[in-house]
Design a binder for this molecule. Structure first.
Ligand SMILES: Cc1cc2nc3c(=O)[nH]c(=O)nc-3n(C[C@H](O)[C@H](O)[C@H](O)COP(=O)(O)O)c2cc1C
Length: 226
């Protein structure tokens, strides 16, 4: 195997400069990836920076009927989330995974190791992103979501997740029904400092909306930070 370390590729650059998630209303559930393609995507997802070779993530794939069958778990979990939900609403929530051909849950699993938990979680984000890029490069749209079920204890337990497991992302994969529009992108100059002595760091203040959730000073991680 020839490894890619510093291999010039204008094709990869052009792709990365124009990549977009496929919004759910433009993502289809037709002509999804077969299992061979999914396996290849997951091999690419697993080829990410990972401090200490801990493999602090694993994958749960939903395609075909599994997308419908998981609806029973989503329905039960949503009832706990919203006890007054109507049957129509429960039907809607039960059909969440049917919105794409394939839904892959990337689960961050904390390994009992010296490497910091934070770094293990970061690695799982890499896996989500590599998976999305692999899907795109194979001709599929992808969208990384973390909807209510990602942090719903009942759903996670019913799937078999334990306290070391967190849903880093649900990667929805399918055909692109219509190309999405571009969305605003930041000006990286606002977010970058070429450091020299005495430099004031560009922290992207322009992107801190004036909201109580963005205090000018003072911050501590919430108790449920994971
Ligand atoms: C961890 C994570 C969770 C996300 N969860 C959601 C979500 O639940 N719903 C949503 O609309 N977008 C969510 N997004 C944003 C989309 O994945 C996507 O990045 C966004 O629509 C912007 O599109 P772009 O990737 O083309 O810039 C999430 C992104 C990340 C990184």
């Amino acid at each position: 195997m020839t490894l890619s370390t510093a291999r010039k590729s204008s094709e990869v650059l052009e792709y990365l400069q124009t990549r977009r998630s496929c919004p759910m209303n433009l993502l289809g559930d037709q002509q999804g990836p077969n299992h061979e393609e999914i396996k290849k995507m997951l091999e690419i997802a697993a080829r990410v920076p990972d401090h200490g070779r801990l493999y602090p993530w694993y994958f749960v794939v939903f395609d075909g009927d599994a997308r419908r069958d998981v609806g029973a778990l989503l329905r039960e979990a949503y009832k706990i989330e919203e006890p007054d939900a109507t049957e129509d609403k429960l039907d809607l929530e039960a059909a969440r995974f049917l919105r794409a051909s394939t839904v892959i849950l990337v689960i961050s699993r904390i390994r009992m190791a010296k490497k910091p938990v934070w770094e293990q979680i970061l690695s799982s984000a890499n896996a989500c992103y590599n998976l999305s890029l692999a899907a795109n490069a194979m001709g599929y749209g992808a969208n990384w979501l973390t909807e209510w079920y990602s942090s719903n204890a009942a759903f996670k337990t019913s799937l078999g997740l334990d306290e070391r497991d967190h849903i880093a992302g649900a990667i929805y994969i399918g055909n692109v029904v219509k190309e999405p529009e571009e969305r605003p992108r930041p000006n990286v100059e606002d977010l970058t400092t070429f450091w020299q002595a005495g430099a004031t760091l560009n922290k992207g203040a322009a992107y801190d909306p004036e909201k109580p959730c963005n205090p000018a000073k003072g911050f501590s991680f919430p108790d449920d930070f994971r």
